[in-house]
Design a protein around this ligand. Sequence first.
Ligand SMILES: Nc1nc2c(c(=O)[nH]1)N[C@H]1C(S)=C(S)[C@@H](COP(=O)(O)O)O[C@H]1N2
Ligand SMILES: [Mo]
Length: 470
Amino acid sequence: MATKKERSVEELYRDDPERADAEVFGRKAAKGRAAGEVASRRGFLGGAGLAAMSAAVGGPIVYSAAMPGGLVPAALAQGAPAAPAQGSGTGPSAAAPATAAGPQPFDYPGKARGLMLLQDRPLVAETPEHMLDDATTPVDRFFVRNNGQIAPEITNPDAHAFVIDGEVNAPLRLTLGELKSRFRAVTYRLQMECGGNGRSFFSPQARGNQWGNGAIGCAEWTGVPLRDILRAAGLKDSARFTGNYGADPHLSGDTGRQSISRGMPIAKALERHTLVAFAMNGQPIPHIHGGPVRLITPGWPGSLSHKWLTRIWIRDKPHDGAGMGGTSYRVPIVPIVPGSNVDGRENFTDMTSMPLRSILTSHANGTRLAKGTRSLDIRGAAWAGDLDVQRVHVSTNFGQTWKAMRLAAPKNRYDWRRWSGSIQFPTDGYYEVWVRGQDSTGKYQPHTAGNWNPQGYGANSFHRIAMLIG
Ligand SMILES: Nc1nc2c(c(=O)[nH]1)N[C@H]1C(S)=C(S)[C@@H](COP(=O)(O)O)O[C@H]1N2
Ligand SMILES: [Mo]
């Protein structure tokens, strides 16, 4: 029976993608699958497999002849956000309820409905890609990532102080009031992205929050370039690295432990876009986002954008605080076997620039469009850490052909690039819209997440959106 089959394939993909793959694509194909290589096998859908797959995704797969063997349809991807109703009916993924272990709706003061709670202790919430459709990410849609408890709220923000000490000629203690009166503030629109963004695309699963592509926000940050403050303190020749500290207690409550304390090479600290920020989108930084004062270190892992800033310790060697060393924010120099248990001491390096990523933001995964829709305007964003984005291409036929999108100019360095364009659909049915960026060195986003590492950094395979027409 059709409905029974539909449910079983869909459930299978949610619960056991390996087995579902074997059912739909044949056992031999699934056996030949290397870990992490979801779409690399030979073989294409046909016959009973195609019929089952089409039933599972809600309609005929228009370009099924080009669908790579072993590809788990975007409509069935785990954690696919439920689609808001567009046109008539509901999207295929709307039929798939979140599994018990999957993300839950995030219900938090000042936050928009639709954000997803990944963890509540520490508090972590993701913005689904389709909620990142604004050029400037509104505060209520900005993702949340904590490693420890949330810092105690401060009643008199202008009296809140932080210190700069260590390898400086004259250690500084600055209140927010002094920071504002002594230094000139700047405003930039800057990407701030968690180092683990995209982690859920790794296979086998890597340790940590299973982010989709939504651990990113691009807000207008106002603050003082950290370099102006470091110059006022006078960097010694021995200054090599920062060690960043904040007011949030460790989860255990142990006052001798930091929830997180990362640091960066002095050159990054001296870039003019690295800010000690006090305003976000023109308002004092909300408490949950690290107000009254936080670092913003654009293009590098979000963990370097320290919230509730209390101290920057200038060091004569790399920092060794919580979140430094081992496999934390570190990636292999020489690829390792996916799933292997390594300690990161050898052949690993600290993550610096975030990788290239592009997302479609105008429509949710699982969008259903009215019967007869033949053309659709789409939009999104792309960014590449320290690099620029050169191009964004979109494919509706599993990568056979790609169409260039228009790229808007960035406001300033480290702003993301907004893109837009249109796509065409020859007939009704199931499509996947694939979005792929190219960075300023010519590199494309990969088909699947590569360079697997235990804590899952750098997964940037291209964004896939299921759309059903009719
Ligand atoms: N004090 C402090 N700063 C922190 C963190 C934290 O746990 N404590 N998390 C970091 C990480 S891992 C990220 S990705 C960003 C998230 O910032 P947001 O919650 O404003 O989105 O803050 C960083 N700064
Ligand atoms: Mo992060």
